[in-house]
Write a protein that binds this ligand. Structure first.
Ligand code: SF4
Length: 451
């Protein structure tokens, strides 16, 4: 319910899951300050656009969104990754009221206060406030992104995130765990741990010991995972690099404490290309590492992303990537053609790969990846899988197994299961599979008892 006397804010959130978490934070603070968040331009006193500035097409999308908000409303505040490009924003849209950068929550909230009067201040009171303790979530209620740090200490040559977001700053482990606990208590069934480099959590504070529920916990990926594993929710790790210490979390996966899932953006397999990219852990023998992980936890699913056509990538380098892919049996992979990003040092590298060669390599990569994915999914036919339901449509329920992250991986379709609701967790027998998705049937009570 909105109070007509309160100031009203419109909000547009663009970009990656990390930007979504930023949007949630800003919205939470605005709600706590008494603002109403409205879904239309005409009802808003001011519109906030949280932008993405990662690649040129994302920048254009952000500029277009700002333009639309100016046309429809007129009072627009810009925040997010593109804040670094303030000059470009102001050149394109001189009417913009204020600009701030990624994760500058206080600044953007202050700017909203300036342009739309702050309602009479009230202390947050869980009994009268419309804002739950858990904050305002833009993801469905049953899953949530848990951001554990800001920034990044690496300097990959194709990436400008460190210049946009700065060096790694880990959130205090007690704060992260408190947030996770509040989310779990409020009904979140799945936590997606995100950061630029989850495996580097705590490096900046020398793995300082923090406190959670009165007991010491180190600011370290393993200790964080152990504590999250006590919350009785699915815990999924994103943006991990294959450092030796990642070996330590695999037993937690084998024991069912956290999901047997690792999202590792390998980006390439040729040592020469990885070196030119300045990728973290580029020197590690990743094939051996993956093999060892799968011995400890055979259920492990590995998702990754790759770049083809990086400057200097030869046919030999690319073939090495395809061979590596076959051998590593990566379950889920996204692939992108390299494209220059304004301000990235890779732009100065010699030997750019012609566009048609990039296209051709992308197609060959996807062909191999699709086959691997299809073969690996076929092995699941006949198995029973715990599934979380994301949505219910006319024909049945759509969910995900433990091996699939929301929005980026595959789904499982369960015909006729319209009595289910989003967030339900059920046991499903896999009855069919294609390259990316599964089909299943609900197990009846007797079958579950037999299990
Ligand atoms: S690890 Fe590399 S690609 Fe990822 S944010 Fe850091 S610099 Fe960018």
């Amino acid at each position: 319910m909105t109070d007509s006397s309160n100031s009203k804010v419109g909000f547009i959130s663009l970009g990656c899951p990390k930007a979504l978490v930023d949007s949630e934070r800003i919205l939470t603070q605005l709600k706590m300050d008494g603002y109403d968040v409205v879904p239309t331009y005409e009802d808003a006193d001011v519109v906030v656009v949280n932008t993405c500035g990662f690649i040129d097409s994302a920048k254009q999308e952000s500029l277009d969104a700002i333009g639309e908000a100016i046309k429809e409303n007129g009072k627009v505040i810009v925040t997010g990754c593109m804040g670094k490009d303030e000059e470009l924003i102001r050149e394109t849209h001189p009417e913009v009221l204020a600009v701030s950068g990624a994760a500058q929550y206080e600044q953007v909230v202050g700017q909203v206060h300036e342009w739309a009067p702050k309602p009479v201040a009230v202390e947050h009171n869980p009994f009268i406030d419309l804002v739950p303790d858990t904050g305002v979530k833009l993801t469905p209620r049953h899953y949530a992104y848990l951001k554990i740090s800001e920034g990044c200490n690496h300097r990959c040559t194709f990436c400008i995130i460190p210049s946009l977001r700065g060096d790694l700053v880990s959130r205090p482990v007690g704060d992260v765990l408190d947030e996770a606990q509040r989310l779990a208590d409020a009904g979140t069934r799945e936590l997606l741990v995100v950061s630029q480099d989850t495996s580097a959590y705590g490096v900046d504070v020398k793995y300082r010991t923090g406190f959670w529920q009165g007991r010491p916990v180190k600011t370290k990926m393993l200790d964080l995972c152990e504590a999250l594993g006590e919350l009785d929710v699915w815990v999924r790790l994103h943006y991990v690099y294959p450092y030796p210490h990642v070996d330590n979390v695999i037993p937690l996966m084998a024991e069912g404490k956290i999901l047997p899932y690792l999202d590792i953006p390998f980006q390439h397999a040729s040592p020469k290309v990885l070196k030119a990219m300045k990728r973290p852990a580029a020197a590690e023998n990743t094939l051996n590492r993956i093999k060892k992980w799968r011995e400890i936890c055979p259920e492990l699913t590995i998702r990754s992303t790759f770049i083809v056509g990086f400057p200097g990538e030869t046919e030999e380098d690319f073939q090495m990537l395809l061979d590596w892919l076959e051998e590593a049996q990566i379950d889920r992979a996204g692939c992108f053609k390299y494209s220059a990003v304004d301000g990235a040092t890779a732009n100065e590298l010699a030997d750019p790969v012609p566009e048609e060669v990039k296209e051709e390599r992308l197609a060959r990569f996807m062909e191999v990846q699709q086959r691997i994915s299809a073969e690996r999914l076929k092995l699941k036919i006949g198995t029973w899988q715990p599934v979380i339901i994301d949505e219910v449509v006319e024909e049945g329920a759509v969910g995900r197994t433990m091996h699939d992250a929301p929005e980026v991986d595959g789904q499982i379709f369960i015909d006729d299961a319209t009595h289910l609701s989003p967030g339900d967790q059920v046991l499903v027998e896999v009855i069919d599979a294609d390259e990316y998705d599964l089909w299943g049937r609900l197990l009846d009570a007797e079958e579950i008892m037999a299990e």
